[in-house]
Design a binder for this molecule. Structure first.
Ligand SMILES: Nc1ncnc2c1ncn2[C@@H]1O[C@H](COP(=O)(O)OP(=O)(O)O)[C@@H](O)[C@H]1O
Ligand SMILES: [Mg+2]
Length: 270
């Protein structure tokens, strides 16, 4: 996959955070216990419409737990999670989720996998076939629409998973280390591709990662989580210009952000 040429209408951290509109996602004093193990402690967070926010933290700190609570896939112990002002009590149609591993159904074609949420939501499948093909074209895997997942590379499968998360046009995309199984080059290219999709479709993205560089490259804002019980220990606005391109990762401005984030994480280890 070649790096996509990004559209010129930039969306900077400044204008993508619409401070006047109510937050799309509001997490208030959330806590999560797995029996006696306290995984999440007192996490609060507001995310604005069209914002790209990363949650960065070491393995096992509670990132997936937080994301799965927002997705309505696991219960919280205490606190409140509101999406568009309504408490989350289960999976919601305005939310799309991309998991760490591409969880495609092996016996279904790529197209049928992408259309799976439409069936779950009991929407008319025929109305969504064209949109599925457009998404696959955007992800540059439309030639593989009628293939089975095993006939695709890992990167292509993850792109298919992203198409599936987008098929019902959710306004919020929750992504749990979606590129962590990919090689470094594909990973950077997928990041650029994701930013292109995000800008073209005006989504709100909450992106979980343990990669400092990935968080700094993609985000408007990075939230650093400390070790368990996880809480947010640092918040950093990434004011790099958009559209972002891979060459920016060589620039001093980018590396300054990376160093600041690394310091925050190191501080959390003591
Ligand atoms: N279903 C579960 N039951 C018990 N403990 C869990 C469960 N899921 C996660 N944990 C524990 O909660 C902590 C946070 O896990 P997780 O949210 O997966 O972290 P991360 O995604 O940051 O790697 C870890 O110590 C993990 O072992
Ligand atoms: Mg995880």
């Amino acid at each position: 996959m070649r790096a996509a040429i990004l559209p010129t209408d930039t969306m900077s951290a400044e204008n993508s955070r619409q401070h006047l509109s109510p937050p799309v996602l509001r997490i208030k004093a959330v806590r999560k216990l797995y029996r006696e193990l306290e995984a999440i402690r007192n996490v609060s967070l507001d995310v604005a419409a069209c914002e790209f926010v990363s949650v960065l933290g070491p393995s096992g700190c509670g990132k997936s737990t937080l994301l799965m609570m927002v997705a309505g896939l696991i219960d919280k112990t205490d606190g409140e999670i509101l999406i568009n002002g309504t408490p989350v009590t289960g999976p919601r149609p305005e939310v799309g989720v991309v998991f760490q591993q591409p969880v495609l159904l092996p016996w279904r074609t790529v197209l049928d996998n992408v259309l799976f949420p439409i069936e779950l939501l009991r929407l008319p499948r025929a109305k969504y076939v064209q949109r599925a093909m457009e998404l696959l074209a955007m992800a540059k895997i439309d030639d593989f629409a009628h293939r089975l997942p095993r006939q695709l590379s890992g990167g292509m499968r993850q792109r298919a998973s992203i198409c599936r998360a987008l098929i019902h046009d959710p306004s919020i995309l929750l992504m749990d280390e979606p590129f962590s199984a990919l090689d470094a080059i594909t990973r950077d290219e997928m990041g650029v591709e994701l930013l292109r999709i995000w800008q073209a479709n005006r989504k709100t993205v909450i992106f979980v990662t343990h990669s400092i560089r990935e968080a700094a490259f993609l985000s408007d804002r990075v939230l650093v989580m400390g070790r368990r019980p996880a809480t947010i220990i640092e918040e950093m606005t990434i004011d790099l210009p958009r559209p972002r391109h891979i060459a920016m990762m060589e620039e001093e401005q980018f590396n300054q952000h990376v160093r600041k984030l690394r310091k925050a994480i190191e501080a959390s280890h003591v």
